[in-house]
Ligand binder design. Structure first.
Ligand SMILES: O=C(CO)COP(=O)(O)O
Length: 224
């Protein structure tokens, strides 16, 4: 499955502002900002909120993480087949707050391809972006962990990481799209990301903590 680019992927993480009933409110803000702007907007809620959002909105929904396990005795784990049954459209993998081994990433990327779901592998630098690209996910999202949650945008603070990831990933597999994230919140941040060759952004706190997430989303895409 592929999404129109540029894409905005909002990671709900575990903020109270993006959990439970508020997760649905935020997903509706994404839906309405997406409709108004014509830009694809994707929700990445906690596992427990996936089904609720899929039922009440028309936006694509990704899981935050899926475990490389098979069905059976794995208490507390996130099973691929359960997400599939909940109507999920794909998954993030290897977020810096939930790192995975390369072998486990490969296993879930393979399962997403078989089920025609979206895969987005998060990375922390150019080298890991290259490693992720060899697995041919739909997206590689490069996010320097030290900038996450700081409000200092990767596209302005570390443009060479974005540009380098784009050129190296495309050299390995031109079909893999590169996103960037960490500290992104404004229209200028997203415009700078696109200018560097990214095909979208992965972001969280700048939108989730905004007084009006919908207005913040419209501002985010106002300069592209
Ligand atoms: O980790 C991120 C998205 O997955 C980025 O988080 P912030 O947008 O809060 O910096």
């Amino acid at each position: 499955m592929s999404l129109k680019t540029p894409v905005v992927i909002l990671n709900f993480k575990t903020y109270l502002e993006s959990s439970g009933k508020k997760a649905l409110d935020l997903a509706k803000a994404l839906e309405s900002a997406g409709e108004e702007s014509g830009i694809a907007m994707v929700a990445v809620p906690q596992a427990i909120d996936v089904y609720r959002i899929k039922n009440k909105t028309n936006i694509p929904v990704l899981a935050q993480h899926i475990d490389a396990i098979s069905a059976g005795g794995h208490t507390g784990s996130n099973l691929f087949e359960s997400f599939l049954a909940s109507g999920v459209d794909g998954t993030l993998l290897n977020h810096s707050e939930c790192r995975m081994t390369l072998a486990d990433i490969a296993e879930i990327v393979k399962k997403t391809k078989e089920a025609e779901l979206i895969s987005c592998v998060c990375t922390n630098n150019i080298e890991t972006s290259m490693a992720a690209a060899t697995l041919a996910p739909d997206y590689v999202a490069v996010e320097p962990p030290e900038l996450i949650g700081t409000g200092i945008p990767v596209s302005q603070a570390e443009p060479e990481v974005v540009e380098g990831s784009v050129s190296k990933v495309k050299a390995i597999n031109k079909d893999v799209k590169v996103l960037c994230g960490a500290g992104i919140s404004t229209g200028d941040d997203m415009a700078a990301a696109i200018e560097l060759g990214a095909e979208g952004v992965l972001l969280a706190s700048g939108i989730i903590k905004a007084e009006s997430p919908k207005d913040a989303l419209l501002d985010l895409v106002s300069k592209i």
